[in-house]
Design a protein around this ligand. Structure first.
Ligand code: NAG
Length: 315
């Protein structure tokens, strides 16, 4: 669900930028800035999906079911390609770098992908947590898989923990200048609000978020806080545990890192106690909302979730 959601959002966001451009002249320079980011975001939608699955898998590491699947693989090295008709892989989502294969015993198991497509486009490259460039996200995730499973082709044991730091070739990221960082919360809020507005225009926000969006349109004081709440609620989950973990920030961080030099220090500043969890209040503070707004935000988000659990009648 989440992956699909992101794809939809990214597409819409791109369209948003186009509409925005026609709509408003005075925001012209801001919009072209946003558009640049969106182009990059669009290209990356596929990688995001993978990485989200990957992140989900990380959290499940040590999961008994998975171990079982791996044991099965070892006993049963002969594999068949999947038959779509009676597909034992149908209910088996594989993390990035793995694909489901049907074992002799007729079960689906996630095994390292055998090969990645040749890719010469430098835009497909990814920079790892070791500051090493990989040709594609597929190559990176495949390498990690080989190391996790102790297979031939694993280049170094450390690659068990390989992950994407950001999209694009590894590079000397320009320093985030203090004045840029200081301005970052404002730009982030603008961006969040324009994404939210566009989704509302297209009626792909839930009725309750649409209501928040209308409130934001009508009441200048609600403008930022509603967009900020919406994004936070969206980043959190599933499971909706009322904190946004570092993993959950991935969709925001990785695509923007090479374009927005301040995104990493900014997101770090949202987690001042460095527990790798961002509460809604921390999020609000770091987006520089008014203290009063921050104080109210918890309830607002809770409301939304409660209401969303029930079926909603669209007006
Ligand atoms: C990462 O690698 C790039 C390119 O090889 C280099 O320019 C940069 O300084 C490295 N960054 C760090 C933090 O080591």
């Amino acid at each position: 669900m989440k992956q699909q959601w992101f794809v939809v959002v990214l597409l819409l966001v791109a369209a948003a930028a186009a509409t925005e451009k026609q709509k408003s002249d005075k925001k012209h320079n801001k919009i072209s800035e946003i558009e640049k980011k969106l182009d990059a975001l669009l290209e990356l939608e596929a990688e995001l999906e993978n990485e989200i699955i990957d992140a989900a898998k990380d959290e499940e590491e040590g999961d008994a079911e998975e171990e079982e699947a791996q044991d099965m693989q070892r006993e049963d090295p002969k594999i068949y390609q999947i038959d779509v008709q009676e597909d034992p892989c149908a209910g088996v989502p594989c993390p990035a770098g793995r694909s489901c294969v049907v074992t002799m015993s007729g079960k689906g198991a996630c095994q390292c992908v055998t090969a990645c497509e040749e890719e010469t486009d430098p835009r497909r490259r990814v920079c790892s947590n070791h500051n090493e460039t990989w040709m594609t996200d597929c190559d990176l995730h495949r390498q990690r898989c080989l190391c996790e499973d102790g297979l031939a082709g694993c280049q170094d044991d450390k690659y068990k923990h390989l992950h994407i730091d950001y999209y694009g070739q590894c590079q000397q990221l320009p320093e985030c200048e203090p004045e840029d960082l200081a301005d970052f919360p404002r730009r982030m809020r603008e961006w969040l609000f324009s994404v939210m507005r566009d989704m509302a225009d297209r009626h792909i926000l839930s009725a309750h978020y649409e209501k928040l969006e209308r409130e934001a349109e009508d009441d200048e004081t609600q403008k930022w806080s509603n967009a900020v709440v919406w994004k936070w609620c969206d980043l959190d989950g599933p499971p909706k545990d009322k904190v946004v973990s570092r993993h959950e920030l991935f969709p925001l961080r990785a695509p923007l890192l090479t374009l927005e030099h301040c995104i990493a220090p900014f997101l770090d500043s949202c987690d001042p106690n460095d527990d790798h969890k961002i509460t809604l209040k921390e999020w609000g503070v770091c987006l520089k909302l008014d203290e009063e707004d921050v104080a109210d935000m918890d309830d607002l988000c809770e409301d939304i979730r409660d209401q969303e659990a029930k079926p909603v009648k669209k007006i």
